[in-house]
Design a protein around this ligand. Sequence first.
Ligand code: FES
Length: 175
Amino acid sequence: MIPLRVNRRGLLLGVGSGATVAGLAYWWQTKHADNAPQGSPLVVDLQDLPSGKLRTLNWQDKPVWVLRRSPTELAALADHEALLTDANSQHSVQPQTCRNRHRSLKPDIFVAVGLCTHLGCTPQLRSTAGFTCPCHASHYDLAGRVFKAGPAPANLVIPAYHFASESRLILGTNA
Ligand code: FES
């Protein structure tokens, strides 16, 4: 058996290297290609989804929201961008095709993993004001973009999805 000797410097170097690798992995995930989570496809029928109604699905053991936003709510997304941590979703997880102001493929249909990016509680929809996390009060707008005032570091995660038709959404895979 080979004796293992680790001095303080070596330990620090090892910890530092691990942190660097983790940091690089996160940078790669947020900057490159399509970093949206994928998984077994789930068909979602949008025909009976009225404006303002939040539907919660169970996908990959996570709550995934589907919300139809009104034209007024979409227009309001431009009003508070100076207050957001990552208004352009440069450091958040979503399909490349959803890296836009409304963070969605179609402007009105919003799809997101309903877990706070701080410690994973489930935020609550507060009408047109967006979503508030009950645990430590992080606040997200109706595109899942987080406000600077709370502890959550990033926007809500947008999973992979595409549209099979006007009213059929396939959650879990890109087109
Ligand atoms: S878990 Fe949401 S703010 Fe802490």
